[in-house]
Design a protein around this ligand. Structure first.
Ligand SMILES: [Mg+2]
Length: 274
């Protein structure tokens, strides 16, 4: 089997911002939808891209929720430690844990989460580069959607506060939620665009990248702080096609690696207002 692997090694961390060439990327042509096709002239043609789907918290908005504190408040100290140690990556799928609770405990747990999310809304900030990236996507007449494990009320407030309209925008009321690919496949279906012409962008390997990979979409991990470190050793179902350290890098990535195509029937124009 032919395996072609390209990787641009990252510049030193201090040089990552804001160079347009600072993104790291991975291409596994036999495994990802990145498979380029060979044109009649023999040159490799860029794959088509017609839509982008974003995570919200930590991707379109600056991270403000203390997830460790939230998880500890829901699970208790002992349950928190047990949940952390039971997961090789140390991350906790809190919604999954809540679903295993008795109904009364579930209600209490959701109230705790909503309280943390409400506090987060008070400090909500748009992620640097998000407005510009949305404007660029709109200028190409591409689609943009949103998938979050946050509540619909938070998505509504996000739309109101920043004037950015994503459609569809699926919150955790849509079941099953990420990392299940169902919400992303639902968006692709509603757009009439195949998943291999869509990119999922988010700051979580476990939720966003896994959701995108399972759906058969391109995936881009936003890793602002370098918390994930080298990704070469990751399993195929977790390894993103691209890694960026800021949304400002995404436009260059799109221009360099994709044929950006408008959706043929853009019935619901997106709004992007500063
Ligand atoms: Mg996130």
């Amino acid at each position: 089997m032919l395996l072609l692997r390209f990787r641009y090694l990252p510049a030193p961390r201090s040089a990552w911002f804001p160079s347009p060439f600072s993104f790291r990327f991975f291409r596994l042509l036999h495994e990802s939808p990145m498979a380029a096709t060979q044109g009649s002239g023999g040159a490799l043609e860029k794959p088509a891209l017609r839509g982008l789907v974003f995570d919200m918290d930590g991707t379109l908005t600056v991270p403000v929720i203390d997830f460790s504190a939230m998880h500890r408040a829901v699970l208790g100290d002992e349950g928190y430690v047990t949940a952390k140690s039971g997961n090789p990556g140390g991350s906790i799928d809190i919604l999954h844990h809540i679903e295993a609770l008795a109904p009364q405990e579930q209600r209490r747990a959701y109230e705790v989460i909503l309280d943390f999310e409400r506090q987060g809304l008070d400090r909500l900030q748009i992620m640097p580069g998000a407005t510009e990236l949305c404007g660029y996507i709109d200028s190409k007449q591409m689609r943009r959607g949103l998938i979050t494990r946050n509540a619909k009320a938070s998505v509504d407030l996000f739309h109101q506060r920043f004037g950015l309209k994503f459609s569809p925008a699926l919150s955790r009321e849509f079941r099953p939620y990420k990392p299940n690919p169902a919400p992303l496949l639902h968006i692709c279906s509603s757009w009439g665009i195949p998943p291999n012409e869509v990119m999922m962008i988010g700051d979580s390997l476990r939720d966003d990248v896994t959701c995108g990979k399972r759906a058969g979409a391109f995936t881009c991990l936003l890793d602002e702080s370098g918390r994930y470190g080298p990704l070469d050793a990751l399993r195929d179902d977790l390894r993103p096609d691209f890694v960026v350290s800021s949304l400002a890098e995404v436009q260059s990535l799109l221009d360099a690696h994709f044929e950006l195509l408008p959706h043929p029937q853009k019935a619901q124009p997106s709004i992007c207002v500063r």
